[in-house]
Design a protein around this ligand. Structure first.
Ligand code: NDP
Ligand code: 8X3
Length: 258
């Protein structure tokens, strides 16, 4: 990017999966990238890698938990010059925990999904939006999911958090009309990252089984969709992109027969 077109991009959940690849793609294109997540060492390693590949100065490491309003406030106040005016926020940090039916699901898992996928996302958005509106420039790119569009067994609270993301995105668009701030929801289907490892509490065999025998989406595929939405000319707002692997589609509705 030329100096004029260079943007400052914040990616949450940049220590793994979609977030990491999205940060890589923005850095590759010459933008300044703030990489945020809880695992500091991974972020430091990513910064070293990206700066070696694409040049110094462009990556700022921000260890933080998106569920903490206090941490979000202090991180916004601590951003150094050159990184403090965020043009693009990629709200990617999120997780699924468990695949049990609702009557057996762990309530703590539900609390954590709501705190991260809903509360973390709206906190980041609410805190960064005023600056974008004031500067008449900004783009919020949310990572939703097909789980917010279609129901599946065991999707219970996770899918509902992603349905929140979908409707929140649309309502943001309604509020932001006339401000030049754009909002997009990316809705991926089955993609191989650490997502299943987290969902199944670190059980690698169970996680690997999810992707065995099929060709899932990759983190690079999602990063590509994010970049594409971000690179549209200013008068174009991509409302949503739903993408699935070719090897995934809908099944018929289930019927309980005696
Ligand atoms: P990964 O588990 O590989 O990455 C998740 C990222 O979120 C990690 O960087 C993790 O970093 C970060 N994160 C989790 N909790 C917090 C927190 N409290 N504060 C800050 N960062 C946090 O999974 P994906 O890349 O697949 O997931 C990214 C997003 O994509 C999620 O919102 C997920 O729901 C969504 N998604 C995933 C799909 C898939 O099939 N993989 C499909 C559709 C949507 P750290 O642990 O270091 O904090
Ligand atoms: C992740 C996709 O189908 O595992 O959001 O819920 S799915």
């Amino acid at each position: 990017a030329s100096k004029k077109s260079q943007k400052t991009v914040m990616v949450t959940g940049a220590s793994s999966g979609f977030g990491l690849e999205t940060a890589r793609r923005f850095a590759e294109k010459g933008h300044k990238v703030i990489v945020a997540a809880r695992r500091k060492e991974r972020l430091e390693q990513l910064k070293a890698e990206l700066e070696q590949e694409f040049g110094q100065c462009c990556v700022y490491v921000l260890p933080m938990d998106v569920t903490s309003e206090e941490q979000i406030d202090s991180m916004i106040n601590s951003l150094p010059e050159g990184f403090s005016e965020i043009d693009i926020l990629v709200n990617n940090a999120g997780l699924a925990l468990g695949l049990e039916p609702a009557h057996k699901a762990n309530l703590d898992d539900w609390h954590r999904m709501v705190d991260t996928n809903i509360k973390g996302l709206y906190l980041m958005t609410r805190k960064l939006l005023p600056g974008m509106v004031e500067r008449k420039l900004g783009h919020i790119i949310n990572i939703g999911s097909i789980a917010g569009n279609y129901a599946y067994p065991g999707g219970n609270a996770y899918g509902a958090t992603k349905a929140f993301v979908k409707q929140f995105t649309r309502n943001l668009r309604a509020d932001l009309l006339g401000t030049q701030v754009r909002v997009t929801n990316i809705e991926p289907g089955l993609a191989e990252t650490e997502f299943s490892l987290v969902r199944f509490g670190g059980d690698k065999d169970k996680a690997d089984d999810v992707y065995k025998g099929t060709e899932p989406l990759t983190a690079e595929d999602i990063a590509e969709a994010v970049i594409w939405a971000a690179e549209q000319p200013q008068h174009v707002n991509i409302n949503s992109i739903e993408l699935m692997p070719t090897s995934q589609a809908w099944a018929s509705l289930a019927i309980d027969k005696v």
